[in-house]
Write a protein that binds this ligand. Sequence first.
Ligand SMILES: Cc1cc2nc3c(=O)[nH]c(=O)nc-3n(C[C@H](O)[C@H](O)[C@H](O)COP(=O)(O)OP(=O)(O)OC[C@H]3O[C@@H](n4cnc5c(N)ncnc54)[C@H](O)[C@@H]3O)c2cc1C
Length: 472
Amino acid sequence: MTTSGDTVGSGQTTGRRPRVVIVGSGFGALFAAQRLRKAPVDITVVAKTTHHLFQPLLYQVATGILSPGEIAPATREILRRQENTRVVLGEVTDIDLAARTVTSTVLGRTTVHPYDELIVAAGAGQSYFGNDHFAEFAPGMKSIDDALELRGRIFGAFELAELATDPAEIDRLLTFVVVGAGPTGVEMAGQIAELAHRTLRRDFTRIDTTSARVILLDAASQVLPPFGSLGKKAHKKLNEIGIDVQLGAMVTDVDVDGIVVKDGDGQERRIHAATKIWAAGVQASPLGKLLGEQSGAEVDRAGRIAVRQDLTLPGHPEVHVVGDMISLDKLPGVAQVAIQGGRFAADAIMARIEGRPTAPEFHYHDKGSMATISRFSAVATIGKLRMSGFLAWMMWLVVHLAYIVGFRSRITTVLHWTVSFLGRGRSERVATQQQVYGRLALEELGPNFEVSKTGGTSADSVPVDVSGRQSA
Ligand SMILES: Cc1cc2nc3c(=O)[nH]c(=O)nc-3n(C[C@H](O)[C@H](O)[C@H](O)COP(=O)(O)OP(=O)(O)OC[C@H]3O[C@@H](n4cnc5c(N)ncnc54)[C@H](O)[C@@H]3O)c2cc1C
């Protein structure tokens, strides 16, 4: 076991700089770290991936538009000029609120990070609502691994259809089911439809890719529920581009052959489909439960922890929790909640260091929501303004470009978007066998890899070095 830094009390009493530990490298964590760039503190950013992931564009990696590097720059590179910050790879397996330490593990190497101030921004993973076995046949979309696996499955289905001779099997291979009609499901279904009907149209000899069926299904009665009346417009547009939207349809089983759904009338039916994609439901990081047990803060069914109005834990003003992990005033699980929460926590830390009072309440400024349906078509809400069509799509383009980290990534993203949206190409179609089967093969190694499908570590499932190595 290694220990970073000493373990004496707070910086204020010992004369050394306060130690700030930030868990995660997503939106909440990165924006908190950047806000503290000039603060007289020593920051340790601990995350289980080496990159900062721009999740809103994962579906474009899955459908061959963007490369992983464009949406997942190295955290170390982003923060390299920030002299008060150290970036450390490791999955946080324990947080001890009494001892003020965070324990992280990578390949059997355990590190304990003492803190004076802690920001936890570990986000959320996929939820299969208690049916984790669905994950084998219907991967979710939470990580680069997920997106690459889906890329392999989507493009692979067309390849296998080209080889198949049985018409029923060709139909099964050319049927794509996306579960969840929220923004992620809508964007994913839209892009698969565009692939089948436009991009791949002339690439195959025996199959007609335009005959592919893309089904978007949800137990809810509306597409894009948070968008209110715009949901109807999105539904109409989805139908226009050939997507079969099935609402009030609850998934009861998923297997290699397809998916079983129960309709509103209680009848069950099977959809034969080779490719199933899960875009429904999230479960907050298990670190929320861990923090709840120690602080007495409530944790809801989705694993989100009830923080105080200032985003700290009861009895622990030095512990800030932000982003997808929190339950506060029904705030949505979106990037801006995490970004603004991360900055708010950083400001509270700076205020305390400077002996100023901290702001008592976090106020979320809703900058609006948007979702693309297909090229040139999106829906957007900004305050009372409701937009759809090309204008909303242009806005979506500009906003997403602004939030992609790094000048180089912005340039190459614009190039890739030009190729895909103005032309009909996809520059990133590479998919390897390892990408398709890697996750499943790892899970065969034992329960410790169960975590990979929910994106977190459960209390009774501590990662070990399966290779037998004791260090990286
Ligand atoms: C496919 C998809 C599309 C989305 N589209 C949109 C959109 O269009 N607009 C929008 O506003 N929001 C969108 N969201 C939601 C948005 O991405 C999240 O709300 C946001 O990422 C939350 O930020 P966060 O910092 O809380 O968590 P995340 O950004 O998820 O970051 C969590 C971080 O914690 C790390 N981590 C997790 N567990 C541990 C651990 N035990 N130890 C160490 N590190 C750990 C992770 O590796 C990651 O770096 C989308 C999400 C997904 C999945």
